[in-house]
Design a protein around this ligand. Sequence first.
Ligand code: T4K
Length: 410
Amino acid sequence: MKPTEPTASNCTYFDQELAIFGSPPAFRDPLHVGRPNIGNRERFLEFTGQMFDRLWLTNHGPLVQEFERRIADYVGVRHCICVCNATIGLELAIRALGLHGEVIVPSYTFIATAHALQWQEITPVFADMDPATHNLDPARIERHITPRTTGILATHVWGRPCPVEALTEVAERRGLKLIFDAAHAFGCSHRGKMIGGFGLAEVLSFHATKFVNSFEGGAIVTNDDALATKIRLMANFGFSGYDNVIHLGTNGKMTEVCAAMGLTNLECIADLVIVNRRNHEAYRVRLEGISGVRLLQRDPAEQSNYQYVVVEVDTAKAGLSRDELIQVLHEENVLARKYFWPGCHRMEPYRSLCPHAGMLLADTERVAAQIIVLPTGTAISEVQIATICSIIQTATEHADQVRTAIAAKA
Ligand code: T4K
């Protein structure tokens, strides 16, 4: 009998038991990608206790100030402005920098990167990725630069650093402002320097699904004093002291309870890396040798949060397409994700605004159709990882039967 919750001694997966063939799923409860890491609950209660005692719940309170100080120290930047989420953080950075017209972005990123521009009536112009890294390819940017282009907004996809130097060179030579969407990259480094200090500003996310979470939250980090002052004003309606609005602004403030969660999780950041790294290594060992399934590696010389376990499926070698493998996993209650399929350019409003964008995004389209993101973080065990890998192995070894079973279900 197949166990509903595999144990260490019983985690081998047999082909006749695949749920796609009609057996019960390997996992009774769904295994999600993006399960939140929850730090020390006692610490969280201490922080929130202080908050209740002070009767200070939001508007740049002491917990937010402390969170900002600790992030700035950790990243090694002069300024950190915490905000309610990274999407608002991107919007604020974009607006404070005066970007307008067109801005070059990857299509292979979460939709928020593009929306943060379009929301402000700036056209995101999608450039292709380097398929080896999944990051924006500097060599493919220049063909998109027009007299209306004012900036480049690049994402450190999966926390693996963008080619920062090459992007900086293009930006400087063409007179463009360069900022980074670092939503995935808190705790990651590039050439020994923490991500957060590159470009004119970088934007971090502390969403529940991120490596360090503050329920919802984000931060703009920068070494530019004037920019930091401006963003701080803009995130608080443009207020400078009581009753004095000196700038156009919005409400981008982080609450104290969010900062309490962020501080709690920041205190155990080293443990979170250990868990994610252990998981990544477990996946690496068990996926190695499965034909057509390649785990994206991290540069061991750099710091990484190992927050995303990303595999590329080569249909010809695996015998199954990415979508077929996803279906196999979902039948087993492993809710693997297809991030960032189908690419921003194929989502609205961009699909309608620029229906032919895909013609210059061949690698984005190809890679987006090959990616599976697997569960990791503190909510998953090594035994569960072993089972997931065994499901993948069994499915690829019996690809023909799996395809037949999928076709029968259609
Ligand atoms: N830039 C980039 C490159 C980003 O990846 C993101 C966010 C942003 C900007 C914007 O940052 P924020 O404004 O969010 O700070 C999820 C996250 O919601 C999103 O924050 C994240 N990127 C993106 C990569 O993943 P969805 O649409 O996949 O969310 P959803 O609801 O499907 O949740 C993901 C999984 O997490 C689910 O399988 C269930 C699990 N989950 C989720 C939550 C909220 C839990 O187990 N517990 C939870 O509390 O976007």
